[in-house]
Design a binder for this molecule. Structure first.
Ligand SMILES: O=P(O)(O)OC[C@H]1O[C@](O)(CO)[C@@H](O)[C@@H]1O
Length: 449
């Protein structure tokens, strides 16, 4: 029994017990590939032992930097995209109170963490500049390459704003750079200006990097306990390294079952939550699964949904539409807070039968009802239950999904640790922007538009 619960009991109409036995040899082979470092993409396996083998000196510097940011900044602007931002955003949204963005600095007890460099929207960037301009702020630029267009544009904008506001030296003291240990534009800037620097390890790809400084500094800056986060991940590391048997290893069982479903035509997986604070966990997971598995013209297409909200929009399609879906439901056992449904004398809304009950009771009953309805509608469901909405549970869940996706990719015969497909749009964008070196592509693309 592990700390988070994995429940596959509702898969019986879709998968027979022997199927799990029969895929075991493939899971054992995938485990062997992953742990021996003999599989494709083996240069990027640093995340496996990271919760134990992280740089303790750097960890202490992250905690000290978070304290410094708290002492001189109302806001920390985090610049990054994809794996250089989604993990931090998922963690902070999950761990913050829902309306922390609207609290005062005193109420929040930590700086407000805001995100930019994750789109190319001029509205978003200009609005954020207007919002922070008259407040004390610091910047954490996060980019392994240092040349990703979105964060690079945003960094130019916020660096200029910092220099205008605090002067060059003042700005330098407020820039925290999380980047490659020796190369790239951000590293060059950091060396020239003396910015405090944290390292994105070579052996950890962006989508697996939330437990490196990439995620840890923004999470610590938001006032959360990154030690507990690492402890949760480390517990998962230990629990899921004991056995490769799918009956003993839930992360491996999840990887195996989603592949069995995929091979039966269930091409799309929806990561479902019943907590709005898990929305970005879904976004983080989509990159983890999508960038890892969607290649060589195959792989599960990852989606996410926020229930019960989305039951009133895409719920119809999940229940009755194309039958190529399955769902993995992420539940939180104990909510951070609960609230009672008020009792009224008149029963105009017909809620008398649940008045006096708490809202989470209703949420759980709704999710049980959906589970059965979707199962009856031929949508297989698995459930991952986190005991609480805290750092330890989150760290544990992060590791569960990272490990499962690594194994799952090997089960489907691909390299789970590269992302060649992401470059195609970039090349076209560079061509159309007239980037030096792309002249031929520019001509070709302009003729096609
Ligand atoms: O940290 P960088 O180099 O800016 O890259 C950001 C993201 O861009 C990608 O390379 C493509 O989306 C991701 O793999 C990565 O998480």
């Amino acid at each position: 029994m592990t700390y988070i619960k994995f429940d596959r009991s509702k898969l019986t109409p879709f998968i027979a017990e022997n199927e799990l036995n029969e895929i075991q040899w493939q899971v054992t082979a995938a485990d062997e590939l992953l742990r021996s470092g003999k599989g494709a993409g083996a240069d990027y396996l640093g995340w496996i032992d990271l919760p134990e083998d992280y740089d303790k000196e750097e960890f202490a510097r992250i905690q000290a930097a978070a304290e410094k940011i708290a002492s001189n900044s109302e806001i920390l602007v985090v610049l990054g995209i994809g794996g250089s931002y989604l993990g931090a955003r998922a963690a902070n949204d999950f761990l913050n109170t829902t309306f922390s963005n609207y609290q005062t600095r005193e109420e929040r007890k930590a700086p407000l963490v805001m995100y930019a460099g994750n789109s190319i929207s001029s509205n978003y960037l200009a609005d954020l500049v207007d919002f922070v301009a008259d407040k004390d702020f610091s910047v954490n630029v996060i980019s392994k390459s240092g040349t990703t267009t979105e964060p690079a544009i945003a960094f130019r904008v916020f660096e200029e704003l910092l220099v205008k506001k605090y002067g060059r030296d003042g700005a330098n003291a407020r820039i925290y750079a999380t980047t490659d240990k020796e190369k790239g534009a951000v590293k060059v800037g950091a060396d020239a200006n003396g910015w405090e620097t944290f390292v994105v390890p070579d052996s950890v790809g962006g989508r697996f990097s939330v437990l490196t400084p990439v995620g840890l500094l923004p999470i610590a800056a938001a006032g959360h306990d990154i030690k507990k986060l690492m402890e949760g991940a480390n517990q998962a590391r230990k629990d899921y390294s004991v056995s490769a048997d799918v009956r003993e290893n839930d992360a491996y069982a999840y990887a195996a079952l989603r592949n069995i479903l995929y091979r039966k035509g269930k091409f799309s997986e929806i990561l479902v939550n019943y907590e709005p604070t898990l929305q970005y966990f879904g976004e983080w997971w989509k990159q983890l699964a999508g960038e890892s598995e969607g290649k060589d013209q195959k792989g599960i297409y990852p989606n996410s949904a926020n229930f019960s909200t989305d039951l009133h929009s895409i719920g119809q399609s999940i229940q009755d539409g194309s039958r190529n879906l399955f769902e993995t439901v992420v539940r939180v056992d104990k909510p951070r807070k609960n609230i009672t449904i008020p009792s009224l004398d008149a029963d105009l809304d017909g809620l008398a039968y649940i008045q006096g009950k708490d809202v989470d009771f209703v949420n759980k009953k709704a999710s049980d009802g959906v589970l059965l309805a979707h199962t009856d509608g031929n949508v297989p469901n698995m459930i991952v239950t986190l005991p609480a909405q805290d750092e330890f549970s989150l760290g544990y869940a992060i590791y569960f999904f990272e490990l499962a996706i690594g194994i799952s990719g090997y089960l489907n015969g691909i390299n789970p640790f590269n992302q060649p497909g992401v470059e195609s749009y970039k090349a076209n964008m560079f061509g159309l922007l007239g980037k030096p070196g792309y002249e031929e592509l520019t001509k070709e693309l302009e003729a096609r538009l």
